[in-house]
Each structure stands twice: as C-alpha cells, then as structure tokens.
Design a protein around this ligand. Structure first.
Ligand code: ADP
Ligand code: MG
Length: 390
C-alpha cells in the first residue's frame, strides 16, 4: 500500500511535526552541502502556505548525548535565509520550554527542534519519548527518506500518537522513482552495480536478477565475480569469502536467462595511490584493477542505449582519484544524455561521484538515500514508510 501524500492532509491551523533529513556535512560549524535541506523545502513551504505551523525535526551525526558541535543551529540559520522567515531553533526536541515555543507558533510559522539524537531514546524508538515528541502536534509528515530504513521514535514510534500523517514531497518522489524500478519496470530494465563490496549489495543483486533483464557490474565488486569465474584479477580487491556466493549468483542469473555483464578491460596500477597507470585486458599478478577500461565503458554504454529503465548503484572505479574516475564519468555522462531512458541513481558515493556534474540534472532521479535506497531495492519494507500507513 503506497503511503498517503502530504496533499491529502488538512493542515490549516495545525501544528505539523515534519521529520526531515538535515543530516548535512558540517565543517567548523558551516554547512558543506545543503542539498538535503534544499530537497525538503517544497514540503516545508507547503505546510506553512496551507496555514500549518511547521515543527521541523531531524538528527545530525551520531551523538549519544548533547554535543554542542552537532547542534542544528547552522541549519536553522540556513532555513531562515532561504525561507525568508525566522526559523528559531528550540533548545531541545522535547520538554517544557520547547513545548511553550511550539504552543506560541502561529499559522505559517516554522521552528526547528534541536538534534533528535541528543536523546538516546530517539534511536531506541522509546515509547515515552515518542509520546513527548508527538505532544502538541496534530499532524505528522515524514520527508526523511534517508532515515526511513530505521524504526526510530521520530520515524516510527511517533506515529502511534498522531493519527493524521503522510509522506512529504521528497519522500513521495523517492518512493515513486524507486518503485518504477522494483514494480513492473519498463523493459529492458538494466542495473549498473559497482562500489566497494559484493557483501553490501548481495540482496540487491538477488532482487535485480529476479526483476531486471541485465546487470552490468563494475567497481571493486567486479573482481570477486571475475575471480569466481576463474579470471585472473592480480591484487585487485576481492572478497574471498564471497566467491561461492558470486558463483551462485552467476548461475542463478544464467538459469533465469538474465545477463550479468562483467568488465573486459581495466585501468590498473601497483597500488591505489600510484600515479602510473595502464589499461589492460588481463590484470598482471602484481597489479590491481581500479577502474573499468574503455572497451568495458563502450560495452556498458551499448547495453544502456537499448534500455528503457536503468538503476545505477555504486561507482565503477576508485572515482575519488582522477585517473580512476573516467569509467564512472563516461558511463554517467552517456546515460544522462540518453533520451527516453528512465535513469535512477542511488547510493551515497554514486551520488557524490556524479551528482555535481553539469549533466547530472538530466538523470530522472538521484536518490538522497544510501542504506534506505539499498533496502528498498532489495524489497525490504521500510519502517518509516510502513508507519505512515493508517
Ligand atoms: P555507494 O555509496 O554509491 O553505494 P559504495 O559505498 O558501495 O557505493 O562504494 C563506493 C566506494 O567503492 C568508493 O569509495 C570507490 O572508491 C570504491 N571503489 C570502486 N571501485 C573500486 C575499485 N576497483 N577498487 C577499490 N575501490 C573501489
Ligand atoms: Mg558508500
């Protein structure tokens, strides 16, 4: 059952608890990347424009107790700027002072509660804490897709105490985009998988073998699959304890008539921080594969150009270093420029790798979730989404 959208709520005159994902990177108290905040602005504006008072809340970092460096103060200041109205920071997310500040809010106002994780009860999904968080609010909107795979007080517990609840616009966009991959995708549907480890993405690979037509594998993950097939991978990163599993996945795909496309050439070096690199079809025993080679890039692009739906998770090389970023960038740019292909990008590092490129606007959707996106693609029901159902 898809979650209800915020547009189905009557918000006028209500205090609306809005769970956002303001978990932004900070350095010396300055926001390094405001994307996550910007992604929820339409939800916040909708609440205030409909005459609700927005009570915004989020976690920031992983504090176990009150930690001044992890205050949401910079976020309150940023919101005050972009919304063009004062967004005060409450001294806490619960308690009497905060409660009074919320009581005094007028329709159209917004306030930000202090970091939810200053209370360990947040992650423990504590019942009393959830009750406190709900106090004085008549509606609840969850826009924190990036935290939807966690059953915390602010994402799950609080819904026991607020009947009127729905998903915000960011949450709806995320769910819609990801559902277009997992529920009746338009075929041919192709996945690009990369990144560091097979073990992180086993569930996703299984689910893709069942639902999609082909899987293109690059990144370090590819070397576990190549080694499982008996191909020499030199000193490339391999998960030896996953070789049997990799073999099973290859067999399962073959049995279902699904194609798994592995790299046919590689950019190699003696080590990850080595300047001198080479492009090879066979990896020398003393070298490691750090990016897919140009022939592999061409073969991936050829596959993608026949696809109608593409889901991409995981960089195709050690993109943080320029000599090993070309595979990721060339495949990314080609995909972004394919007309008529629905392209969904997921994964924290993948989004960091391609999300700021000039062509990245042409992707259909770049997911803001890491773990939540992977769990959704695996077919796991997200607690933060389930809690929105009545
Ligand atoms: P995401 O966050 O998008 O899900 P992952 O966390 O699974 O992606 O993987 C990203 C990491 O994988 C990056 O740090 C990247 O440098 C690394 N990586 C990709 N290919 C290789 C490779 N061939 N060798 C070593 N590391 C790699
Ligand atoms: Mg990652």
């Amino acid at each position: 059952m898809p979650a209800r959208s915020i547009t189905s709520l009557q918000l006028g005159g209500k205090k609306v608890l809005v769970r956002c994902d303001f978990n932004v990177p900070l350095a010396e108290g300055k926001i390094q990347d405001s994307e996550r905040i910007d992604a929820s602005l339409d939800t916040i504006r909708y609440v205030t424009e409909r005459g609700g008072a927005a009570v915004l809340c989020s976690h920031l970092g992983r504090p176990k107790e009150r930690t001044p460096e992890l205050s949401l103060k910079p976020v309150a200041e940023y919101l005050t700027n972009v919304l063009g109205k004062k967004v005060a920071l409450a001294p806490d997310c619960i308690g009497d002072i905060t409660g009074k500040m919320i009581e005094m809010l007028k329709p159209g106002d917004a306030i930000l509660l202090e970091n939810l994780r200053f209370h360990p009860e947040e992650e423990a999904n504590d019942r009393d804490f959830s009750h406190e968080l709900a106090r004085g609010k008549q509606a609840y909107v969850n826009d924190a897709f990036g935290t939807a795979h966690r059953a915390h007080a602010s994402t799950a517990g609080v819904t026991r105490f607020i009947a009127e609840r729905a998903a915000g616009f960011l949450m709806m966009r995320e769910l819609e985009a990801l559902r277009s991959v997992t529920v009746n995708p338009e075929h041919p549907a192709v996945a690009i998988l990369g990144g560091a480890k097979v073990s992180d993405k086993m569930g996703v690979i299984k689910s893709f073998i069942a639902k999609l037509d082909a899987i293109l594998i690059g990144g370090a993950m590819a070397y576990t699959f190549l080694k499982a097939k008996g191909v020499g991978v030199g000193r490339s990163r391999v998960e030896d304890d996953k070789l049997v599993l990799a073999r099973e996945l290859l067999d399962e795909a073959a049995a279902k008539g699904k194609r798994i496309v592995l790299p046919v050439d590689h950019v190699v070096a003696i080590s990850a921080d080595e300047e001198s690199t080479a492009t090879v079809t066979q990896i020398p025993v003393d070298m490691m594969g750090l990016d897919i080679g140009p022939a592999t890039v061409d073969s991936f692009i050829a596959e993608l150009s026949r696809a109608k739906t593409v889901i991409w998770n995981g960089p195709l090389g050690l993109f943080e270093r320029e000599p090993f970023s070309h595979g990721t960038m060339r495949v990314g740019e080609a995909l972004a420029n394919m007309p008529g292909v629905k392209s969904i990008i997921g994964g924290g590092d993948t989004a960091a790798a391609v999300g700021h490129q000039p062509w990245s606007k042409q992707f259909t959707h770049i997911s803001t979730g890491g773990g939540a996106t992977l769990e959704f693609l695996e077919g796991i029901e997200l607690p933060g989404v389930k809690a929105l159902e009545s």
